[in-house]
Design a protein around this ligand. Structure first.
Ligand SMILES: [Zn+2]
Ligand SMILES: [Zn+2]
Length: 213
């Protein structure tokens, strides 16, 4: 059975998600918030086999903790959409915006193509390209859950900001309409910040989605 552990880290209270199967022990990490010591402890305590690191996007709060994970898992494949390389290259600017030290850029081993399917022994993870909050935003859909990891594209009762460089409101709405609202109502939505929700809840009650539902 698939499980999702939630780790809320750093001043931005960003969620990192550890999805794992309790039979095969295979695990996938979605985003790396600051100081992810608890994530490493959980991996060891539950004896999990971390296979994959997937980034929803590369705003500083979602990548901040990558170094600790990389030290523990030097060969871990890590993926992001190529268009978000822009935000990795702009890490010094991101750090300056929030008066933070500049982190080392995360090691990326592959660029996610829209529709790419990652296959694990217990589940598949489909990359749904959701630009708008950032140019390379990706939501990851796991039909076996069903789960959707949306990063900062969609939140419970809200949507992602589009006022950062290369953000775009119409693009974000188009992404949500074509890549997210097309999923089943029972899909559990794990977003980058705030409470867990479902597609059905957001379709019915998210005021920002009223023009497109
Ligand atoms: Zn963001
Ligand atoms: Zn965020």
């Amino acid at each position: 059975m698939l499980h999702v552990d939630i780790f809320t880290l750093g001043i931005f209270q960003v969620h990192s998600y550890l999805m794992y199967d309790d039979v095969t022990q295979e695990a996938v990490l979605i985003d790396t918030g600051k100081d992810p010591v608890e994530i490493l402890d959980t991996l060891r305590r539950k004896n999990l086999d971390l296979k994959l690191l997937l980034y929803t996007h590369t705003h500083i709060d979602h990548i901040e903790g990558h170094q600790l994970i990389r030290e523990a898992y030097p060969d871990l494949p890590a993926w992001v959409h190529a268009a978000d390389q822009f935000w990795i290259d702009a890490l010094p600017m991101q750090a300056q915006m929030f008066r933070m030290p500049v982190p080392e850029p995360p090691v990326i081993t592959g660029y996610v193509e829209p529709g790419h399917v990652f296959s694990l022994s217990h589940c598949t993870i489909e990359a749904r390209f959701c630009p708008g909050h950032t140019p390379g935003g990706v939501s990851y859909y796991v039909p076996e859950g069903p789960f959707l990891f949306t990063g900062d594209t969609l939140f419970a009762g809200a949507i992602g900001r589009t006022d950062f460089p290369r953000g775009d409101f119409n693009t974000l709405m188009h992404s949500i309409s074509t890549q997210i609202l097309t999923l089943p109502d029972e899909t559990i939505v794990y977003s980058g910040h705030g409470p867990v929700t479902t597609i059905g809840n957001e379709r019915a009650g998210n005021p920002y989605l009223a023009p497109i539902v």
